[in-house]
Design a protein around this ligand. Structure first.
Ligand code: UDP
Ligand code: MG
Length: 329
């Protein structure tokens, strides 16, 4: 009998948490030789989500919840779920039912065939604006160009099944500025992509906006590659070389042909260009410095306020490294 834990990060989802369990249960109860339990992570919701979760966990044995002390963001909420999951595998799903529960059976099937990380790949980005699609394109293109050691999976999000060994691997990575999508790729193991169609939100509204997505993308880049730093070095070399060539050109023109040099426009252009380059370079260095700043504090990724009705005084579990074989072996 396999045991699978479904992790559901929730932030202000009072309208959908009640719909989630019956919708998922209907599908998973048909899967043979497998029990499911649920961990809802309340990510500091300001609405009635926590009350709803208390009621749910009281009504169903297989449901438990971990409530964080404030809103830490989805990446941290997922980590909390991963830390507390006790299944042989976990499935991470959004609370809003945008991830179709009908895909779970297929995920379990591939897991049983030996895949460790069964990722759901969205087959269209229809519901999204043109701008968001283009930004996603640029992001994937940049990441692909820069990350040499591994390739970021395209159109694959957090909806996935992870074997116990992936979970233990993720638990080792206690970095604060989490870019989970990159971590999933980084850990490797046997991956299988299955297609799925993103559903409309069951109720409520998305908490992501352009700024949040931009932040996530910047985070993704700075925490997985130092290529932009290297690029600035090359740019610096190129610009200096260009300036030198230009200097020789101006000198030759003036000495050989007595050409009067147009001072003002040339100066202004060069100055603005160099100023812009320097700001950009400083900004990029700053991004990395910011990463170091956050990581050097070694703060916990999240703090737990309450677990299944019990108030916690406590920091997250330390990463466990004891288990080095898969429970399925
Ligand atoms: N979420 C969270 N913490 C946050 C923001 C979002 O746990 O700070 C959860 C949210 O409750 C949902 C999932 O992350 O289950 C995805 O969020 P949302 O549906 O708002 O994003 P979208 O589907 O638009 O990417
Ligand atoms: Mg959603």
């Amino acid at each position: 009998m396999d045991k699978i834990t479904i992790i559901v990060p929730c932030y202000n989802e009072e309208e959908v948490v009640d719909l989630f369990y019956p919708a998922v249960h209907k599908h998973v109860e048909k899967i043979p030789d497998c029990t499911f339990n649920y961990i809802f992570v309340n990510d500091g919701s300001r609405d009635g989500t926590l009350d709803k979760l208390r009621q749910l966990s009281a009504a169903h044995d297989e449901i438990s919840y971990v409530s964080l002390s404030r809103n830490f963001g989805k990446e941290s909420a997922m980590m909390a779920g991963i830390d507390y999951a006790d299944g042989d595998a976990v499935i991470i799903m959004d609370a809003d039912l945008q991830h179709p529960p009908s895909s779970i059976a297929e995920m379990v099937k591939w897991w049983r065939e030996g895949f460790d990380d069964v990722c759901a790949k969205r087959i269209d980005r229809k519901g999204e604006t043109w701008l968001k699609r283009q930004c996603a394109n640029i992001f994937y293109a940049v990441m692909k160009k820069f990350s040499t050691s591994y390739e970021m999976q395209r159109d694959v999000g957090d909806f996935r099944l992870l074997d116990r060994r992936c979970i233990e691997a993720l638990k080792l990575m206690r970095e604060n500025q989490r870019f989970t999508k990159g971590l999933f790729t980084w850990i490797g193991y046997r991956k299988k992509e299955i297609p799925f169609e993103v559903q409309p939100r069951a109720a409520g509204s998305t908490t992501w906006n352009f700024a949040a997505l931009f932040n996530l993308a910047m985070n993704g880049m700075t925490s997985f590659t130092t290529a932009p730093l290297r690029m600035m070095t090359f740019l610096g070399i190129t610009v200096s070389f260009g300036a030198m060539v230009y200097m020789f050109f101006v000198l030759t023109m003036a000495l050989l042909y007595g050409d009067p040099v147009a001072g003002y426009p040339t100066l202004l252009t060069v100055m603005l260009f160099l100023g812009g380059m320097q700001m950009l370079a400083l900004g990029i260095i700053g991004e990395y410095l910011g990463q170091i700043f956050y990581e050097s504090k070694h703060r916990p990724i999240y703090l737990v306020d309450e677990i299944d009705g019990k108030r916690m005084i406590y920091a997250p579990r330390p990463p466990s490294t004891e288990r080095n074989t898969s429970p399925r072996n």
